[in-house]
Design a protein around this ligand. Structure first.
Ligand code: ATP
Ligand code: MG
Length: 445
């Protein structure tokens, strides 16, 4: 499946955009501040239901306007549906003309463009956000209540300069990365995470009221929160470890394309100071012990995690009372990437850190693909900045041909490089489409 068409109205710096993409490489070129990143954000938004840049959806509405409209046509193979016919017959699905000052970019989408493709299978996703923060989502013209209902249709993975935080930033960036992948690949994860967060908040509130030994002992409410914290928390930990083990299977293989003399480890750090090493070697570092959970059947692994979690939760309660908060649990876990036994957060070069963050994202693409059987859309914002020419070319070579990819750049030379299709692995039949973003408009070049 791939994103065939994107129509935007009153979105960020654009009045109207109507873009048809190709199924391989879409290159978005333009000077600074023209809207390249905005376009990737829109694609991420319509495929995931959230922005990668803001939590306030009003930021997406063009300044001075009172609604924003996103419409995407996804092209899928194999399944038959009637959406296209309906689409042609009724091209006023959302009342986009309510703002008289803005011209609608929707009308020109009707009819002939689509009849020629009527034998292919499409999905239509529409999101409209109005100034009162009302959020309407439709898939094939049926209203969807929850974002999670449609985010599995066409998952996306975005890599932007902000993702350096995956290596350099606080642990929450790395936890969010893992949890985000889990959300994209497990229907129930959002709820598990939500339940954990609620219990954590309640437990934290309770802990703030506790002062003494007597308060803590035989406190039935605390026992209930502990039990649930352990239940949901262990599930989160188990799934994160599973994901990291999958990521680690691919990580060194991609890394070698960039640096052939680096051995890498990934280390999951528990809130209780234990670690799991994902490592190929046994000297230098402690012998890899990650199999201790992963070799067990799920229920057994969960039991082991629960036991350890429970032990540390109980033994740290006085510390927690002093700190006024819960110190044990997946909300305090972290992971780190090591190159040649050194934490790259502290010792890696800027380029190494960016490459490590990029590889994590490429591993995410692979994981999603294997987990849900769909190639996610890959969005690479400014991926080439700070990379030397050799490594720029490596990025292009390792992009998977089957993954629809969007690349932004302000470097015009890059267009010339990319004209040389050989940069792409197995270049036969790879489509490349180039767009120039300028003066709040986009043209094909
Ligand atoms: P660079 O090459 O510097 O990364 P870019 O092409 O990626 O630039 P964007 O980040 O997409 O640029 O931003 C383009 C412009 O959109 C910015 O000047 C920004 O001020 C503007 N902008 C952001 N949000 C809105 C909004 N809601 N309404 C109008 N303009 C907006
Ligand atoms: Mg940008």
């Amino acid at each position: 499946m791939y994103l065939e068409k994107l129509v935007l109205q009153n979105y960020r710096n654009f009045d109207c955009l109507d873009l048809s993409f190709c199924k391989n490489i879409n290159l978005i070129v333009g000077d600074n501040a023209q809207g390249k990143t905005n376009i990737l954000e829109a694609i991420y938004f319509i495929t995931s239901g959230k922005s990668n840049r803001t939590n306030s959806i009003q930021d997406l509405v063009k300044w001075g306007k009172n609604f924003v409209l996103f419409r995407a046509i996804l092209n899928e193979y194999g399944e038959q549906d009637n959406i296209l016919k309906d689409y042609i017959q009724n091209n006023n699905i959302l009342s986009v003309n309510k703002d008289n000052n803005s011209h609608s970019c929707y009308d020109k989408d009707s009819g002939s463009n689509y009849t020629s493709q009527a034998n292919t299978n499409k999905k239509l996703i529409e999101i409209e956000i109005s100034s009162d923060n009302k959020y309407k989502i439709k898939v094939d013209r049926v209203y969807y209540k929850k974002k999670s209902d449609f985010t599995f249709i066409l998952p996306s993975v975005i890599f932007s300069p902000d993702n350096l935080a995956l290596i350099k930033g606080s642990p929450s960036f790395r936890r969010d990365f893992l949890d985000d992948v889990l959300e994209k690949t497990n229907l129930d994860f959002y709820k598990i995470k939500n339940d954990y967060q609620k219990i954590l908040n309640q437990r934290n509130s309770l802990i703030k009221t506790l002062n003494t030994n007597i308060d803590v002992k035989n406190n039935a409410t605390l026992d209930i929160w502990d039990e649930n914290l352990i239940k949901y928390g262990s599930e989160i930990i188990y799934r994160r470890i599973l994901i990291l083990s999958n990521i680690y299977k691919l990580f060194p293989k991609i890394l070698i394309e960039f640096f052939n003399d680096i051995e890498t480890e990934i280390v999951y750090n528990f809130s209780w100071n234990d670690k799991i090493y994902f490592s190929e070697k046994s000297n230098g570092f402690e012998e890899s012990n990650y199999k201790k959970f992963l070799d067990l059947p799920k229920q057994k692994a969960l039991e082991s995690i629960r036991d350890i979690f429970s032990f540390y939760l109980k033994s740290n309660i006085f510390k927690e009372v002093n700190a006024n908060s819960t110190l044990i649990g997946p909300h305090r876990d972290d992971f780190n990437v090591f190159f040649n036994e050194r934490d790259i957060k502290l010792y890696g070069s800027q380029g190494q850190q960016r490459i490590a963050a990029l590889i994590l994202k490429l591993c995410e693409v692979d994981f999603i693909k294997r987990q849900i059987g769909k190639n996610p859309v890959l969005l690479l914002d400014d991926v080439l900045s700070e990379l030397d020419i050799l490594r720029e070319q490596t990025v292009l070579k390792i992009i998977n041909n089957n993954t629809q990819t969007f690349i932004t750049t302000s470097n015009n030379n890059y267009i010339n490089d990319i004209k040389d299709f050989k940069l792409f692995k197995g270049n036969k039949g790879i489509e490349i489409k180039k767009f120039l973003v300028k003066n709040n408009k986009v043209e094909i070049i």
